[in-house]
Design a protein around this ligand. Sequence first.
Ligand SMILES: *Cc1c(COP(=O)(O)O)cnc(C)c1O
Length: 430
Amino acid sequence: MPKKVDTASARPFTYRDRLLHCDEADLTNLAAQHGTPLYVYSAQQITQRFQLFEQAFASRPHTICYAVKANSSLAILRLLAKQGAGFDIVSGGELERVRKAHKPALTKVVFSGVGKQLWEIDAALEANILLFNVESEAELDLLAARAEALGNVARFAFRVNPDVFAETHPYISTGLSEHKFGIDIKVARAIYRRAAKSKWLDPAGVSVHIGSQIRKVDPFAAALTRVTSLIADLRKDGHNIRYVDAGGGLGIDYGAGTFDPAKQVEKYAAALTKGLADEPAHLLLEPGRFIVAQAGALLTRVLYVKKNGSKTFVITDAAMNDLIRPALYHAHHEIIPIKQPTKSRRPDLQVDVVGPVCESGDFFARDRALPAVKPNDLVILLDAGAYGMSQTSNYNTRPRPAEVLVEGRSTKLIRRRETMRDLLAPELLD
Ligand SMILES: *Cc1c(COP(=O)(O)O)cnc(C)c1O
């Protein structure tokens, strides 16, 4: 048995001597050294979260294929690969990231996505990935043609749409028949039968992914119950199904309350186990957010504090291009100052925390109670490790943030801040 993981805290960010630290690293020092906005991650917490998953599923054959899109930094991919992770990718670009981070992990890659292109399919076939998660019959035809052209048999699973409702933001809910994802589970059996006629296609599994930031675990069980019954039918039809891919989507608590990640993973594992019943197939899991979200935070400096009528605005040097979740999903991120406020300080102010981008949608918080801050103070947006850096852009010609990985006492710059030269390099004049 692996040793039990210590998960006393859901977040690696704590005050020591009134200054916020990420594990052992003093964030004031990191800001001075690398500037802001700056993403900071705890390697220890990423490892812990991965190990929680490993432990929860230890009793059955499984592979944890971390969802690269949640945070695709090479250093984080390498960290997870060294823990034994496989990877869930959604593009040829992500395949190249896995190759660069840890080449042997290519054989533990599953490839999801509704719009795979020919070059992406070819690259994945040549890399001999574990499994294609196919999302349409047309994609399957292309996969068969490319497998034949390259002389490599393609292992595939259909991503089925179980028509299960899971409560989350509509943009990240994917398991209903009205969504663009997967194929209707009711017609899956006929499509597998057709696919099995090609000797270049190996119907090796069935896959499902119902959405992201799902807090209640019952929908996962419901989806897997349907998948398990489909697998039984497929076996009757003579298919050699070896993999059941349960997707990702396990949510975290972005709020200020207490949250026990170990308990959450246990509940999740129990729900999956219930849905799988005695299905013996090798289980693939695709967690993204749960592994990296709370390990990371976005450190930013206050530029200005201003009043417009009755409202107070705190303007930070980070903006929606650096962290789009509040603008895109109305997502909540806790915001705390780097200097721990003393009790005697003035009471909290109601403020809007906003960035410099020229959009009213460029906000991190609205009407939020925040300890009084002034220009040059540092604040941090918590739980920004997932869908933070990976969704950044250069909107307003703003260089993307730098990223630092904290490993116990040492800190490592894992991505330098972009320069104007980086930003302008692809553009052509005359
Ligand atoms: C995004 C995605 C995941 C990861 O979702 P999380 O909510 O980050 O766990 C897993 N599988 C597929 C197919 C995805 O699209």
